[in-house]
Design a binder for this molecule. Structure first.
Ligand SMILES: Nc1ncnc2c1ncn2[C@@H]1O[C@H](COP(=O)(O)OP(=O)(O)OP(=O)(O)O)[C@@H](O)[C@H]1O
Ligand SMILES: [Mg+2]
Length: 339
């Protein structure tokens, strides 16, 4: 089965061609440079740039894969949740292509796409498994009975997402955007025990997160420092903050996995690219008798191969979206797979 995937829910316009579980091409046009000057994503700029480039990105993905539209078995596109203008650029292009090439169309939930990113690795996790979804807009622990759902949300953030906390704390430190990558880089020479962060939302039965709490704790600690932090002090602060986020995420995700008795945990979404999170996940998993699966770092942040993968699973089951497929800015993951 050959599927073209399209992803444009936020500030990346991406297209990919997947042949069964082999990625034949994966093109990602990032807008980081466009938004960096504003310290965050400007939705109007994002959607206009997507509309300008969607054709080029699709063309490049097809050419790299040496595939023509007539060879496709379907077109998969992120139809939500996300920034509505950004989503529309991908959804409308996917409809045009599907209608013109007379191919099935399938709308994909962005977070189901992140979950599917783990299936692109070898070995791929066998469902059921638990997914820790950690990205710029979401932080949830989800029980995945099979790809397609219904998904059971075991716990989620009460306020900010983990990626958002990385980005906002990086901004307070005067670092560039996106901040998660910068904190990851600077932490490599830092001491994670230099600054003490509180354990937020403690309790063995508590699977909820509060990253706004950690972000505020970071601000309180910075009030006692001479700003801007530089050199070793900056590296130490980054490493301490990162460690607090990582230990909080992993403690809860591993406990939830043990309780689920699935024995398998996948960690997906942009923050899953974090080096410390990856290392600690593998270390800590041993003690919990849990097998951890991590997508390659390129497949953690937004990409279209994961959307093609999720779409392929649904297309193979005979699912189709109507040509009037609507983009949805708000779309709870719990709604998937329920009739
Ligand atoms: N190495 C890293 N360490 C920590 N955070 C990272 C790293 N790389 C990326 N991130 C964070 O990941 C987030 C981007 O992830 P992703 O592309 O999945 O987000 P999104 O699509 O905007 O959000 P969502 O998937 O919730 O809609 C940003 O907050 C970024 O700072
Ligand atoms: Mg994402």
């Amino acid at each position: 089965m050959i599927v073209l995937g399209l992803e444009s829910s936020c500030d990346e316009m991406a297209a990919a061609v997947l042949a069964d579980r082999t990625v034949r091409s994966s093109v990602v046009r990032s807008q980081v440079d466009l938004h960096a000057a504003y310290g965050g994503i400007v939705p109007e700029i994002a959607s206009r740039d997507h509309a300008l480039h969607v054709g080029f990105v699709i063309e490049e993905a097809l050419e790299k894969a040496k595939v023509t539209p007539s060879m496709l078995d379907g077109v998969a596109v992120t139809s939500g949740p996300g920034l509505i203008g950004s989503l529309l650029a991908g959804v409308e292009a996917a409809k045009g292509l599907a209608v013109a090439a007379r191919k099935p169309l399938i709308g994909v939930h962005h977070l189901e796409g992140h979950i599917a990113s783990a299936l692109l690795e070898n070995p791929a996790p066998e469902p059921p498994f638990v997914a820790l979804i950690v990205s710029g807009g979401h932080t949830s622990i989800v029980l995945v009975p099979e790809l397609g759902g219904p998904y059971e949300v075991i716990g989620q953030t009460r306020d900010d997402a983990a990626g958002e906390a990385f980005d906002k704390t990086a901004k307070s430190l005067g670092l560039g955007y996106p901040g998660g990558v910068e904190i990851d880089r600077l932490s490599q020479t830092g001491d994670p025990t230099a600054f003490g962060f509180p354990d937020v939302m403690p309790g063995r039965d508590n699977f909820a997160f509060s990253f706004s709490g950690l972000k505020t704790a970071a601000l309180r600690l910075l009030e006692r420092e001479t700003l801007p932090l530089t050199g070793q002090r900056l590296a130490d602060f980054c490493a301490s903050f990162q460690d607090a986020v990582v230990e909080n995420l992993l403690g809860k995700a591993l406990r939830a996995t043990r309780r689920s008795q699935t024995g398998r945990l996948i960690i997906v979404g942009g923050v899953a690219a974090n080096q410390r999170l990856r290392e600690r996940a593998l270390e800590k998993a041993k003690g919990h008798q849990v097998q951890v699966y991590l997508p390659s770092r390129a497949n953690c942040t937004d990409n279209a191969a994961m959307i093609a993968c999720a779409g392929m699973v649904r297309l193979a089951r005979g699912e189709r979206s109507p040509v009037g497929l609507a983009a949805r800015a708000h779309w709870p993951l719990q709604d998937l797979g329920r009739s």
